[in-house]
Design a protein around this ligand. Structure first.
Ligand SMILES: [Cu+2]
Ligand SMILES: [Zn+2]
Length: 195
């Protein structure tokens, strides 16, 4: 009796192990695919002053239909236009923000303005500060993306001390870097600020 029951029990254990293995494999694959398909709908950058600049701000990048809507405020600027780019590396660690690298250019294009057919993905032109040094940013762009090879998430925003002339290669001659921030995934429901 015992001799006959043993192979049966072994077969049962093997069957259970088999099912567990299949569930683990399927479950693991499903989780992996969910990660890959996670769509980033909104990104955010908090801008910090570079060197002795006083430039602060924050901008959001929101997916809206086929474009990215950029909005936010930057303060502490000198009045007038300031170069506004996505730079290659999300690295604001060096004193002059040179660690952020050059303009984000995954398509190997020349520098240009935001409406030019040939431009770096990171070429967002200029922001304009009022006489109080505040720039209110509200624009849309169809070249930057929140996923895929042109995704700006994990890269940086640089605001320059000078004006981007939209043509000087490869920088637009926008001068020193006045603020830098790393672009991250935005919290869709950020907690209300504490009073
Ligand atoms: Cu720049
Ligand atoms: Zn550029």
């Amino acid at each position: 009796m015992l001799n006959r029951a043993l192979p049966l029990r072994r077969a049962g254990i093997l069957a259970v192990l088999g099912i567990v293995a299949v569930v683990l494999v399927l479950g693991g694959k499903a989780a992996g695919e969910a990660d890959k398909d996670e769509k980033i709908e909104k990104a955010i950058v908090v801008l910090h002053p570079v060197g002795d600049s006083k430039v602060h701000g924050s901008l959001t990048f929101a997916q809206k239909d086929g474009a990215i809507e950029i909005s936010g405020e930057i303060t502490g600027l000198s009045p007038g236009q300031h170069g506004f780019h996505i730079h290659e590396f999300g690295d604001c660690s060096s004193l002059d923000a040179g660690s952020a690298g050059g303009h984000f250019n995954p398509t190997n294009m020349p520098h240009g303005g935001p409406t030019d057919a040939k431009r770096h993905v990171g070429d967002l032109g200029n922001v304009e500060a009022d006489k109080n040094g505040k720039a209110v940013v509200k624009m849309t762009d169809k070249v930057i993306q929140l996923q895929g090879p042109s995704s700006i998430v994990g890269r940086s925003v640089i605001i320059h001390a000078g004006v981007d002339d939209l043509k000087t290669q490869p920088t637009g001659n926008a001068g020193a870097r006045a603020a830098c921030g790393v672009i991250g995934i935005a919290n869709p429901k950020p907690p209300a600020p504490k009073k």
